[in-house]
Design a protein around this ligand. Structure first.
Ligand SMILES: *Cc1c(COP(=O)(O)O)cnc(C)c1O
Length: 408
């Protein structure tokens, strides 16, 4: 064996020994509450397709039509000749949906975070993030080269301490730009909510800028289903609104919504937009259809069904979980090996809820990340509750010993 292979082999052995080894699971069907894996029909409680739109006829028809008209590939980056009509239609739909002046779409949410954060802050600047924000934000913050400060999860006192320090720092260095505070609205691993109103108040007090990632809230909260910022009435105070098109919206991609100037600036500066081939028309058109659907009466009715399903699931499990309603129900276990074992036992019963482990959450805070969809039936929810029954006491015990836990 050559040295390279030997090195990789040793690294992999280490990952296995820590019970952190991961493997791709091949799915032979469309995304749905029932999916085909290794020739079996599996009841799926693991997807982020919260409204059941990923396989919706309207999204599929939009994608097919876009392929017929604009082809399979976009041909070049947005700034060369890849900025197709469907991209512009999606951005108009996004701005209309989120009620912002403008919007910009990216190939994924991950690269939207990269593009926005790395253009907004650099070596001279300060970025302040919640301890449990998604890896895309952590990675972007590191790549930006800005001074990175992390506040304890949803801890306003800690955030204030950091903003006070930043204020002093900018006075001594005579630096004009403001610290950028970044949080999620609904956290991806625990489903708990950020105290957005208080965060807005604090960032205004200290003259900081705010970016909010609504990946798990877009389509689900607020009178117009724009997200949690709409629900708590602070959308207009957020400088940078981020989200993804691949979760409740049922397609793929990421977005930044905000002022016309913000979008013009990102078009000029966001490297993940500038140096990357434009998203394919099919994905973009499906996302536009997803937005239209979410805004329609059907979107409202799917959202209501989702919340009914969430309450049904929670009352069946009788678990005291995160504050605030969310389609994400973390079943905390703690130990990685134990979490793998529970997930494997469920899979034997044709149920998929994968064990989420480090580095997606902190070490020793492994859990099953159960997600509920509007597409689940009452029968499916009852079937899951029955299958989870043997471990309920264990989950309750782990919850009582653990604070919300996420990425380190
Ligand atoms: C999924 C997710 C992203 C990344 O979005 P993709 O479109 O999947 O790349 C960003 N932020 C959060 C909070 C997410 O959950």
């Amino acid at each position: 064996m050559n040295e390279f292979e030997q090195h990789l082999g040793e690294q992999l052995a280490e990952i296995r020994e820590s019970n952190l080894y991961r493997q791709l699971r091949r799915v032979d069907s469309a995304q749905s509450t029932r999916i085909q894996i290794v020739g079996r029909e599996i009841l799926n409680f693991s997807s982020n397709d919260y409204l059941g739109l990923a396989n919706h006829p309207a999204l599929k028809a939009a994608a097919i039509q876009a392929v017929e008209r604009y082809g399979a590939g976009a041909g070049a980056s947005r700034l060369i000749c890849g900025s197709l009509e469907p991209h512009h239609e999606l951005e108009e739909a996004l701005a209309g949906f989120k009620k912002t002046e403008a919007a910009l779409t990216f190939a994924t949410g991950y690269v939207a975070a990269m593009g926005a954060i790395c253009s907004l802050v650099g070596k001279e600047d300060i970025i302040v993030i919640d301890k449990l924000v998604h890896a895309s934000i952590v990675d972007a913050a590191k790549l930006s080269g800005a001074k990175l400060r992390v506040f304890a999860h949803n801890d306003l006192d800690d955030l204030e301490k950091i903003l006070k320090w930043a204020e002093l720092n900018s006075r001594t260095t005579n630096h004009a730009s403001r610290p950028l505070v970044v949080t999620e609205s609904v956290f991806s691993m625990d489903g708990d909510h950020a105290p957005l109103r208080d965060i807005v108040e604090m960032k205004e007090k200290y003259g900081a800028w705010l970016m909010v990632d609504e990946a798990h809230a877009t389509g689900l909260y607020g009178a117009n289903r724009r997200g949690l910022a709409e629900e708590v009435g602070i959308s207009e105070q957020i400088e940078v609104q981020m989200g993804t098109l691949g979760k409740a919206l049922g397609a793929a991609g990421g977005y930044i919504c905000g002022s016309r100037k913000l979008i013009d600036y990102l078009v000029n500066r966001a490297r993940s937009l500038i140096f990357s081939t434009a998203p394919v028309a099919a994905a973009v058109a499906a996302a536009t259809a997803g937005i239209e659907l979410v805004r329609s009466p059907e979107g409202e009715s799917r959202r209501n069904t989702l919340w009914q399903n969430v309450s049904k699931m929670k009352s069946k499990l009788d678990l005291k979980t995160s504050a605030g309603p969310s389609a994400i129900i973390p079943l905390l276990i703690g130990d990685e090996a134990k979490a793998m074992e529970v997930a494997a036992t469920l899979f034997e019963k044709d149920i998929l809820i994968p064990a989420v482990r480090y580095p997606s959450v902190a070490r020793g805070k492994a859990r099953l990340r159960l997600t509920v969809s509007a597409a689940h039936t009452v029968d499916e929810i009852e079937q899951l509750a029955a299958a989870l029954h043997p471990w309920l006491a264990e989950f309750r015990n782990a919850i009582s010993q653990n604070e919300p836990a996420g990425q380190t």
